[in-house]
Design a protein around this ligand. Sequence first.
Ligand code: MG
Length: 173
Amino acid sequence: MINGKIQDAINAQINAEFWSGYLYLSMAMHFEAEGNSGIANWFRIQFKEEQAHAEIFINYLNSRGGRVMLEPIAAVETSWESPLAAFEATLAHEEKVTAMINNLYALAEAEHDYATRGKLDWFVSEQVEEEETARNLIDRLKLIGNDGLALYTLDRELATRVYNVPAPLAQQD
Ligand code: MG
């Protein structure tokens, strides 16, 4: 059985992961409408990954005899000034998620819940990757500036991104 504090924190994390997914789906819809279908594809895959993150926590809480409680998902923005603005918002959001994961890790240690702490190791590494990817795309978009052809090339490149089931979810199936 999992302790109440940890259960509440994991439920909050599940909500945050769904909110992240909702944010990225909203970005995908924005760029679809703007005609940047490659960027839209990139955010759509980001949306699927966030859903998978929520599912990993859902499966974990169930495996510990906990109770998943789904709360309302808060509204998200619906438009961004530019691809650069969207990726800057992505990085800022991922930094917040990293802080949440770190807080959850600290709570698991304080409560001597080493199973939860172990489960979080994958998320700690995943957050490093999420922030690095957003930072790289921000750097490239800054270099691109107002160069339409360079933006088109990046858009084509992001169109090739495919979804891979995250390892902890693939292992549970
Ligand atoms: Mg996530």
